[in-house]
Design a protein. Structure first.
Lengths: 171, 171
């Protein structure tokens, strides 16, 4: 399936000059949704053994939870501040303007656990780097990062040297 | 499986006096995650025929997308304002203090389409009611609402008269 042709481009979102890749047209299409998840599952087999899947809200959940179900693993959510009810560990990271913070439950990742990170998109890699820091702070080991879409022109992969990054569709 | 015993109670979140049901302990447990989704899938069979699943961010995505995959359907996200890139229809609803708004892509639901709403929790039913209004505004027909957890003492179900609501775990 030509997954690229199923994605919608929305110009000037969230701001002027950005060509935003809209995944909702893929989600709405049962065959495209199934194909996306099946491709990601197959791709993930090359990461070898892992214990659990971690994904950030909200679009990371869209792919992370089905893939956890499909591979018989558990799922750990990473969220914006104030969303997780139990005790959390947080990591603040730089954005183009200002900063953003991500949180994870402090008992979510066990020391030595092998973690696979899943997200919809790899852009500048700010989110992925933050999740890696959170996981490593808790003693977890990141075995790989699986995304559906990679914006290669933003070179996010270059900032994730030493980590195994895999994507299904590249722009 | 005794799913109730796998859920964590966090007292005084998000504010004093609230006994918050934390689903992350279920998500982290591969057997409990699989069991939850399998129970929801089985329960949904009683809704009869439907075309597509709709769920709100962020916790609705956790159950809505795997269930779409498992039942061979597509998925439509409902989001907070400013998150969906394409043209949207919005609905503002009352909270205890102030209001909140939910959005859906204006081309997401087709007139006459049969929609199944999925969420993690039914509490006062504010979110479910808003999603119903959005779907009906677009000419869609809500065939049912499937949640994992229902807080029966909040009587959210009473406000959804005429709609078929099903839950797996009740408090």
């Amino acid at each position: 399936m030509d997954l690229k042709s199923k994605l919608r481009h929305v110009m000037n979102f969230p701001k002027e000059g950005i060509d935003f890749i809209d995944i909702t047209t893929v989600l709405q299409n049962p065959e495209a949704l199934k194909y996306s998840l099946d491709c990601m599952k197959e791709s993930m087999e090359e990461f070898g053994d892992y214990d659990i899947i971690v994904a950030p809200e909200a679009r990371g959940f869209i792919f992370g939870v089905p893939l956890a179900y499909m591979t018989g693993k558990g799922f750990i959510p990473v969220r914006k501040p104030g969303k997780l009810p139990y005790k959390t560990i947080s990591f603040e990271y730089e954005l183009e303007y200002g900063t953003s913070t991500l949180e994870i439950h402090e008992d979510a990742v066990k020391p030595g656990q092998k973690i696979l990170i899943v997200d919809d998109l790899l852009a500048t890699s700010g989110t992925a780097e933050s999740i890696i820091r959170l996981i490593e702070k808790m003693g977890g080991e990141v075995v790989g990062i699986q995304v559906l879409i990679e914006l290669e022109f933003l070179k996010g992969r270059d900032k994730l040297k030493g980590y195994n990054v895999k994507s299904i569709v590249q722009f």
